[in-house]
Design a protein around this ligand. Structure first.
Ligand code: FAD
Length: 313
């Protein structure tokens, strides 16, 4: 039987929805026993949220002042220690999981399976290759612990309604001292987080300046959306690095994705292929983005966006 340990992602006392998506992935494995590990200085609040996810068997809370900040270097040896007795260790394919899980795999002396899109069985999985242009089925070895990241855009959150038991776990390992938390600098925008937002408005090179990119923020705020950007817009300095959507940026799956002045390069489309409804605004009717868009508007963004905002009121 598969015994799966999922590492919870959380911040500010809130469980990230990516964790419930990992549970959805693990739940597809017949008969899997799913435990969640929560690492924090005081994990009680987050552990309670994890216990409420359907399909979870047990939540292990690992309270330690050293876990006050989610430092991958500090968490990895603790996850590796907890992994004994588990056949699988899953984490989300988010910035948090991509930082942590390879370290866990290295400490366990195994390879990592990245970006699970579908679990066919406990040991057979589908994952994207070639920037999402092809999907391969991979079979993992049953002789060692399988450390994997789950492509969160491929799964809906497992529903609420669970009532798993919560247990305090002690992990007796030496923690590294070479990495320590200094400070956090994050723009407090009040906008939904790009990776979990139900709606996202993204701007491309066509915005032509950081000042003009305010048009994107303005539309996003009108519809309560997160903000994204193409790599060209990021490279040109119109938008912050963490807003990049695509192969080398964030992979997202919002209900609504509005691409403004973005051509639709394959590397960008990789990041939005799981978006439910794609709206494209582009002045070139031949732009490749229209091939994937559900709703296309051919026009100059500098004319269209103000009009759109006016209609939205
Ligand atoms: P462009 O391709 O220049 O498109 C601008 C669009 O705006 C055009 O379609 C044009 O018709 C339209 N336009 C111009 N003026 C107006 C106007 N006034 N009104 C309306 N429309 C207008 N890209 C990403 O986005 N994310 C990634 O993660 C990423 N990773 C990459 C990884 C690799 C290894 C490589 C090689 C490339 C990667 N890229 C990525 C870059 C990608 O190939 C494209 O270069 C990039 O996506 C183009 O950005 P863009 O659509 O904003 O710009």
């Amino acid at each position: 039987m598969a015994k799966i340990l999922i590492v919870a992602e959380h911040a500010g006392g809130k469980l990230n929805p990516a964790t419930a998506k990992c549970v959805a992935c693990a739940s597809a494995i017949d008969g899997a026993q799913i435990d969640i590990a929560v690492f924090a200085s005081d994990a009680a609040e987050v552990a309670a949220q994890a216990a409420a996810i359907q399909g979870v068997n047990r939540v292990l809370k690992v309270d330690n002042p050293a876990n006050a900040e989610a430092l991958a270097a500090v968490l990895a040896p603790q996850v590796a220690a907890l992994a004994a007795g588990y056949s699988h260790v899953f984490g989300p394919s988010t910035t948090f999981g991509k930082d942590l899980m390879p370290r866990v795999a290295a400490l366990l002396g195994v390879g990592q399976l990245s970006d699970i899109m579908m679990a066919e069985s406990a040991w057979r999985f589908q994952r994207p290759v070639y920037a999402g242009n092809a999907i391969i089925t991979v079979e993992a070895s049953q002789n060692s612990t399988l450390v994997a990241t789950v492509r969160t855009a491929s799964f809906q959150e497992a529903p609420q309604g669970g009532s798993a038991g919560i247990e305090a776990a002690t992990v007796a390992v030496d923690l590294p001292t070479h990495t320590r938390f200094v400070s956090r600098s994050a723009a407090a925008t009040g906008r939904p987080d790009l990776q979990t937002a139900a709606r996202v408005v993204s701007g491309g090179r066509a915005l032509a300046s950081a000042e003009n990119f305010q048009l994107i923020y303005s539309l996003a705020d009108k519809i309560g959306a997160g903000v994204g950007a193409s790599r060209a817009a990021v490279d040109a300095g119109y938008a912050a690095n963490e807003l990049q959507v695509g192969q080398t940026g964030k992979i997202i799956s919002p209900e609504l994705y509005v691409a403004v002045g973005i051509s639709g390069a394959i590397q960008h489309l990789t990041g939005i292929k799981d978006a439910r409804t794609i709206v494209a605004i582009n002045k070139d009717p031949e732009a490749p983005i229209f091939e994937v868009a559900d709703i296309g508007l051919v026009g100059d963004l500098f004319k269209v966006l103000p009009e759109l905002e006016q209609v939205l009121g």
